[in-house]
Write a protein that binds this ligand. Structure first.
Ligand SMILES: Nc1ncnc2c1ncn2[C@@H]1O[C@H](COP(=O)(O)OP(=O)(O)OP(=O)(O)O)[C@@H](O)[C@H]1O
Ligand SMILES: [Mg+2]
Length: 373
């Protein structure tokens, strides 16, 4: 742990005042903490397990002791009261490098929750996603809305569903949205919501939307939403799923209009979705397999960043890759061909390497339709 990662800035000291004069401090809207433990242990002390039984009370306790502290993501803050020197990691500070005030919301999250509910950092641009024009248009509208939510009034985009074949760019487009928007995007994999304890998943959903509305404008991305949105006839088979479904329904309806939170769901199979959830998506946008032109663009895009010289004709590869997704083209054709060339200590990727990759994919799958047509 680097020492300069540790924040210890009590209120009203001279140091603080000089710092504040030099650099105007923003007020934190939201701080999310993860309990870490003591900096070191001796056999007299053990790391206690922190569990919050009253969130509001914890917030008061936390605000009181850390009022005026500067918080930045990834750094640590130490308890001063009940468990002196017990460390908490700052998982989220919105805005980053801001100061805890009377109005800051402070949440504590368990390790597993922190892993699943996170703000995505991504450098993907929307133009890197080839094709999927309808989805991109919708994302551009969402961007306009998030830049000026009041302009849309009751016509705000709220819930959008991306669906379609695996590997066609659904998650990639959501990540690019976060990058282009420069607003928080909260990602949750729905599969992680069916927890061991009944109530865990529902609580996670509420906390996710709470964090999103505090940091609004923001986007909540629920990947693999079919895992929780399961049709009612399957729900009885999956214990607490219906509780999670109800939590999601409540949040998708939104208690307040125009909160500046947009929910994007993604699934391979919209038919598996609970009807009530499905009907709350104002638009369902299909992600399709790339056509000839799009496959050519995908091949060119990824071939241009390969670490070896490309000595095969991209045009010749357009037809044999018919029926493959963007992910297949990148990982199962280009990557396999590249690795084959590297294994052979070649300096260039040749058509022989590509042929090898095509043969592998043909061997490993009965689909895709139309391949080698
Ligand atoms: N349209 C595309 N343009 C460029 N690259 C793509 C495209 N589609 C897929 N890829 C490549 O494949 C990878 C996987 O795509 P992604 O994870 O977005 O697929 P997905 O639709 O979310 O799949 P799944 O339904 O399995 O979650 C991307 O990171 C990217 O490298
Ligand atoms: Mg995905």
């Amino acid at each position: 742990m680097k020492l300069n990662n540790i924040i210890q800035e009590p209120v009203n000291t001279d140091k603080k005042t000089t710092q504040s004069l030099n650099k105007p401090q923003k007020e934190s809207k939201l701080v999310v903490l993860q309990p870490i433990g003591y900096p070191f242990l001796c056999n007299l002390v053990e790391n206690p397990k922190i569990e919050i039984f009253d969130k509001e009370l914890f917030e008061l306790y936390a605000r009181e002791q850390w009022l005026g502290y500067t918080v930045s993501e990834g750094s640590f803050i130490f308890d001063q009261k009940l468990l002196p020197d017990y460390a908490f990691k700052i998982i989220k500070a919105h805005p980053d490098d801001s100061k805890i005030s009377e109005n800051t919301s402070i949440l504590l999250m368990e390790v597993e929750e922190v892993r699943e509910i996170k703000r995505i950092e991504s450098s993907i641009k929307m133009d890197d996603v080839i094709g999927q024009e309808r989805a991109k248009i919708k994302c551009k509208v969402i961007m306009k809305y998030l830049q000026d939510p009041s302009h849309f009034g009751e016509w705000a985009p709220r819930n959008v569903l991306f669906y379609g074949t695996p590997g066609t760019g659904k998650t990639m487009l959501a990540k690019s949205l976060s990058n282009e928007l420069k607003v928080p995007l909260f990602l949750i994999k729905a599969t992680s919501l069916i927890g061991e304890h009944v109530g865990d998943g529902a609580r996670q959903i509420h906390e996710l939307f709470e964090a999103a509305s505090i940091t609004a404008p923001s986007v909540v991305f629920i990947d693999e939403i079919d895992a929780i949105g399961l049709d009612r006839k399957y729900q009885s088979l999956r214990g607490d799923v219906s509780e999670v479904v109800n939590a999601l329904l409540t949040e998708m309806d939104g208690i307040k209009q125009n909160t500046g939170v947009v929910t994007v769901g993604a699934t391979n199979n919209p038919h598996l979705l609970d009807f009530a959830i499905r009907s709350r998506f104002e638009e369902e946008i299909e992600f399709t397999l790339p056509d000839d032109e799009e496959r050519k663009a995908i091949l060119e895009h990824y071939a241009s960043s390969m670490p070896l010289i490309v000595k095969f004709s991209i045009d010749d590869l357009v037809k044999p890759t018919k029926g493959l997704s963007g992910r297949d083209i990148k990982d199962r054709i280009l990557k396999v061909a590249l690795h084959k060339a590297i294994h052979e200590d070649e300096e260039a990727i040749t058509w022989d390497h590509v042929k090898y990759a095509l043969k592998q994919i043909k061997k490993n799958t009965s689909e895709p339709k139309g391949m080698f047509a």
